[in-house]
Design a protein around this ligand. Structure first.
Ligand SMILES: Cc1cc2nc3c(=O)[nH]c(=O)nc-3n(C[C@H](O)[C@H](O)[C@H](O)COP(=O)(O)O)c2cc1C
Length: 391
């Protein structure tokens, strides 16, 4: 019998969100269509975007009963630091599009939960502003731009700001083809009339975001002349700046100028994972950018076992793309990941309810991981391995 009365919570009280899907439903209601499209969409036919979710339904658990687990230990070691939880916030650009000061609010929620926050090159706040968030494990993401001076200066600023890790994105040597997103704009980054009218139907969002004007990308401001610093101009400039000849030499250069943890994000194959180890990086993120770059690549979770089998212990292996559930995270950790990065799941929380919404998303994932470990009969993240996955 179909239960027609079932529906996600769509109100405004984030405390009533039971799952990430509820926060997504709340965000869907609050955001105008073009903002929702930017958050949700993927490249071209979105095959990879769908695959990122479908892969989890091909992996089955193998639980142990009567193991006397009690309350499982969710902490994990990453780069020599004990983290309270086995997941981190992935870098996402343009967080102020959901709520005013989105970067700061997401970073604050992360800091309070002991979860590292990775700030995007194209965040709306400067690296120095996020460095002020108390108690934060602050990581910085780098898009390698053509302008070497920009790259070296941003790295220097991240160093001075105390960032603990530099995460270099390597799956974006050109901007992904997000066709549904493109249809929402005229020339330049100007939303179509239909999208402008849709803003009127979303007053809560408009009051938070539009009332103060969309802020430009904070880290890029010093590189643009004063009359070129509008949001549209910085957005266009950043896309033109992407280094199309991105090469391992860039990584070797960054290895020389960045003394702390160096990670490359966007690795998709065993071969590249091995080259990363040879280039002297400390970690990799197996990622397809949440299905936003090359359509047709597999979910990182399907290549994870092979890569972890060869490289675990030599490199820290993080993974992202498609994680919406504690069980998704537990599956990846059991298959050999050292940690999981979360993109949209916490953005849904941020878009649904600012800092409280982001905190709710983190709490939901934490609760789900804890419950799943208890039901698996596994006492800690450290003990999770292939025994808990049905071959
Ligand atoms: C709205 C949005 C913006 C993003 N911006 C960036 C970015 O600036 N830099 C980057 O390396 N990755 C960026 N990503 C990719 C994320 O870091 C991450 O790889 C991806 O979101 C993981 O997939 P998930 O959203 O399914 O969790 C972005 C993703 C989204 C959804």
């Amino acid at each position: 019998m179909a239960i027609t009365a079932r529906r996600y919570y769509r109100g405004t009280n984030v405390g009533r969100a039971v799952t990430i899907a509820d926060l997504r439903a709340m965000a869907t209601r609050r955001l105008p269509a073009f903002v929702l499209e930017y958050l949700e969409g993927g490249a071209e036919d979105e095959w990879t975007l769908r695959r990122n979710r479908e892969v989890f339904s091909t992996i089955e658990f193998s639980p142990a009963t009567l193991t006397g687990v009690g309350s499982p230990d969710l902490s994990t070691m990453l780069f020599g630091v004990r983290m309270r939880l086995p997941f981190l916030i992935a870098p996402t650009g343009f967080n102020a599009l959901y709520v005013r000061e989105g970067d700061r609010l997401l970073a604050q929620a992360a800091a309070k939960a002991g979860v590292p926050f990775t700030q995007s090159t194209v965040s709306n706040m400067r690296v120095e502003e996020i460095a002020d968030v108390e108690g934060l494990h602050h990581w910085m993401q780098l898009y390698v731009f053509r302008d070497q001076v920009f790259v070296d200066e941003l790295v220097e600023r991240a160093k001075k700001a105390g960032c603990q890790a530099l995460l270099v994105t390597v799956d974006a040597a050109t901007f992904g083809n997000r066709e549904w997103d493109r249809r929402n704009y005229r020339q330049g980054m100007e939303p179509t009339l239909r999208n402008k009218l849709d803003i009127l139907a979303h007053p809560r969002w408009a009051l938070s975001v539009m009332a103060h004007g969309i802020p430009p990308f904070g880290n890029l401001l010093d590189f643009l002349p004063a009359d070129q610093q509008s949001f549209a101009r910085t957005a266009t400039w950043s896309r033109e700046q992407i280094e199309p000849r991105l090469h391992w030499d860039h990584i070797r250069h960054l290895r020389k100028i960045w003394p702390r943890t160096l990670i490359i994000k966007g690795v998709a194959t065993l071969q590249d994972a091995e080259l990363a180890a040879e280039a002297g990086v400390d970690g990799i993120v197996l990622s397809n950018h949440g299905g936003r770059q090359l359509d047709g690549v597999p979910s990182p979770v399907s290549v994870l076992p092979e890569i972890a089998g060869r490289l675990k212990g030599r490199l820290t292996i993080l993974v992202d793309s498609g994680f919406r559930r504690g069980t998704d995270i537990v599956k990846a950790l059991a298959l050999g990941a050292d940690g999981v990065m979360i993109g949209r799941a916490t953005l849904y929380g941020l878009a649904a309810g600012g800092e409280a919404g982001a905190a709710r998303a983190i709490a939901i994932l934490e609760e789900e991981i804890r419950r799943s470990l208890a039901l698996l009969g596994c006492g800690s993240i450290a003990e999770l391995d292939r025994r808990y996955i049905r071959p």
